[in-house]
Design a protein. Structure first.
Length: 262
């Protein structure tokens, strides 16, 4: 049975960046990160209870327990929120089969298209929860080289960043952007990690990108926010650009707007 909460706890517990006093003192350890007993002690819960959480035999811990685990695992705010949402989205009961996401409403696409056209000549695009392009202005499509040549249903920025080698040349801080794209993909789909469309995308990217497999398997979580990065144009010129992300939670989308860096 799927156990998203336990899988997340296990992945974060075994993160090699979680160093203990024992590992720093040179003591030999068979696993990286923290042992179950160490997490339980740091969180003030029994080792047996924590083990049941990881194994999926306990599926609805209290907010206080989750907050204590977030501190013990040194989770940032996005990951701590993700932990709570996993508990709420997967309460340990059988859920009905997920139905396929309905096609986008034409009126919604028209609204999003008006948004991205209004900010030209700044590159902009609107993405759904799978990072597939819902609407984009020409400058936004051009930012991800080759995206405009694909059928609309295949215009996915996460796929482009991970699988198109041109992305590593366009984006100077490519690894940071690609890692963030994977982390956002998990965060945006916490309410249903078994969704068939998500599963198909994850299987595709996992088969073709070792880095995606590593990052997805590490249960990285981070919601996209604004930042400054550097973009290389076709003539080799590098310019600092700032991207801002506007989340549209009611529609399950986000708009990314690229601006000149101040």
């Amino acid at each position: 049975m799927s156990n998203p909460l336990g899988d997340f706890l296990r992945a974060r517990r075994t993160d090699a960046r979680l160093q203990t006093e024992a590992s720093r003192s040179g003591a030999r350890r068979r696993t990286s990160g923290l042992r179950r007993e160490e997490v339980a002690t740091a969180a003030g819960i029994s080792a047996d209870y924590y083990t049941r959480l990881e194994q999926g035999r306990e599926t609805h811990p209290s907010d206080a327990v989750l907050d204590a685990l977030a501190r013990a695992l040194r989770l940032d705010p996005d990951a701590a929120d993700h932990l709570h949402r996993l508990r709420d989205a997967h309460p340990g009961m059988l859920r009905p089969e997920t139905v396929e996401t309905p096609a986008l409403d034409d009126a919604l696409v028209a609204r999003m298209t008006m948004l991205v056209d209004a900010v030209r000549p700044n590159p902009a695009y609107v993405l759904d929860r799978l990072s597939t392009v819902v609407a984009a202005n020409p400058e936004g499509l051009a930012l991800h080289e080759g995206l405009a040549d694909l059928p609309p249903a295949q215009r996915n920025t996460c796929r482009s960043l991970l699988l198109d080698p041109r992305a590593t040349s366009t984006f100077v801080e490519w690894e940071e952007l690609a890692r963030g794209a994977v982390a956002h993909l998990r965060a945006a789909n916490v309410d249903d990690l078994r969704d068939p469309q998500l599963v198909a995308l994850v299987e595709e990217l996992s088969a073709q990108s070792p880095l995606f497999r590593t990052w997805w398997g590490g249960h990285l979580v981070q919601r996209r926010r604004g930042a400054v990065t550097h973009v290389r144009s076709a003539d080799g010129t590098v310019a600092a650009r700032r991207y801002e992300v506007l989340h549209l939670p009611e529609d399950g989308m986000r708009m990314t707007l690229w601006l000149p860096a101040l």
